[in-house]
Design a protein around this ligand. Structure first.
Ligand code: ZN
Length: 419
């Protein structure tokens, strides 16, 4: 795109360091990045001095549950810590929470997320509640955060596509109401066959409507839970390449290695993306093991080596499944690189892209530090992505489509001199 006249720049971020280590100024006009080059001298309505600080694309959370966030302890805590007790507990909460409760909690979470530099979230929304409170609440939240944050909603039949009567109709009702993506939970159906049928139904529905698919897929320690194979095959059969994601894929951790050697090329061929959720996978999986205890997260380095797009998601913050969570995707990537043992410098930098560039690709968002992309970025109080992962430092500025939407201060602590 042509570089606008200098006086038309709305914002220039000066002196920052890009994730690849090069120094460049970034000029934004009309909500889009107009130039990325060193030494921009033009005037602008606003200038941010980012000398020596890391500038990165916005953080993106490709897997979250905004209808349950910040509900921890209501109506009780998850005593066993398991996925299944969490699902049962969520069923209890659904019966007592109002639409207003959900909206208030979700907006509070969005405020916390923007402060940490998250500017897009893909949230699954449970559509199986007959009241439809969850769907209506998150559609309202999606409207209210627009202009600051992109909220992409997945029609998620938490209690199963076939396991509860009417769930498929509720998925369709949610899509008709404006929910963006088709969801599912094949490992929670009554049988493997029902699970496979639910994968087929989700892909058929997405193909008919021109939508994306994101399934909770094989969130299990069962090495024979193989719905990812069906998801890859159905993606190819329905021509959905590049529009489908398998979230969790934890059963791959426990699968037979020979089988995985066949599965990985199939996933790559199908263009299905993987979204592991390290904070949750490391705490929910392996709960039935004694020692050695499985770690539950899917095979991230192997998926990357096979050419699969992988993004780390956060999944939960203070809800029936997880008592912690900070809304900081650097915490997520930090846990992910530890569990995946991706501690080589290039691997750590790759993990940083898995909470910035890769989720943008999966969600179809035009973010990135390049001319023409949306004018959204984060200034961090550190010089490079590895230091960002090590320190999870202050977000000095968060810019959304050319507008500064959050500012932070460096964290400073005074220490007495040593003798
Ligand atoms: Zn989830």
């Amino acid at each position: 795109m042509p570089t606008p006249a200098p006086q038309s720049f709305d914002l220039i971020v000066k002196g920052g360091l890009l994730p690849d280590g090069t120094q460049a100024d970034i000029a934004i006009a009309a909500g889009r990045i107009a130039a990325v080059e060193p030494g921009i001298t033009a005037a602008a309505a606003e200038v941010i001095d980012a000398t020596g600080k890391l500038i990165c694309p916005p953080f993106i959370d490709a897997h979250f549950h905004m209808d349950s966030t910040l509900s921890y302890g209501r109506p009780r805590i998850n005593a066993s810590g398991t996925l299944l007790e969490g699902i049962a507990l969520w069923g209890e909460l659904k019966r007592i929470q109002t639409r207003e409760d959900i909206v208030a909690r979700a907006l509070e979470y969005c405020r916390q997320a923007v402060a940490q530099g998250i500017l897009a979230i893909r949230s699954h929304v449970d559509v199986t509640d007959a009241s439809f409170n969850t769907v209506e609440a998150l559609l309202e939240v999606r409207d209210r955060v627009r202009g600051v944050m992109d909220l992409q909603l997945v029609a998620f039949p938490q209690d199963g596509w076939f396991r509860v009567p009417g769930a498929e109709a509720q998925v369709i009702r949610a899509l008709d109401a404006g929910v963006d993506v088709v969801g599912g939970i094949p490992h929670f159906e009554r049988t493997m066959a029902d699970g496979a049928a639910s994968v087929r139904a989700a892909c058929r529905l997405a193909a008919d409507r021109g939508l994306m698919v994101d399934l909770h897929c094989d969130e299990s320690d069962d090495p024979l839970s193989r719905h990812i194979e069906t998801l890859a095959a159905e993606t190819l059969a329905h021509g959905l390449q590049g529009r489908v994601a398998g979230s969790h894929l934890t059963s791959m951790h426990s699968m037979d290695n020979y089988y995985v050697s066949k599965l990985l090329p199939l996933i790559a061929e199908s263009g299905v993306a993987a979204i592991p959720n390290p904070l949750i996978n490391i705490t929910l999986q392996g709960r039935h093991d004694s020692y050695p205890k499985r770690r539950g997260m899917t095979r991230v380095p192997e998926l990357l080596a096979a050419g699969v797009t992988v993004a780390f998601g956060q999944d939960c913050v203070k809800d029936p499944w997880y008592p912690l969570g900070s809304g900081d995707m650097l915490d997520v990537a930090h846990m992910g690189l530890h569990v995946a043992m991706m501690t080589a410098p290039a691997q750590m930098r790759r993990c940083f892209t898995m909470v910035t560039e890769s989720p943008a690709q999966i969600m179809g968002l035009d973010f990135g530090l390049r001319p023409g992309a949306r004018g959204s970025l984060v200034v961090l109080d550190c010089p490079d992505p590895v230091e960002a992962l090590r320190l999870r430092p202050a977000r000095l500025a968060v810019v959304s489509d050319g507008r500064v939407v959050a500012r932070g201060q460096p964290r400073v602590t005074q220490v007495v001199p040593f003798g």
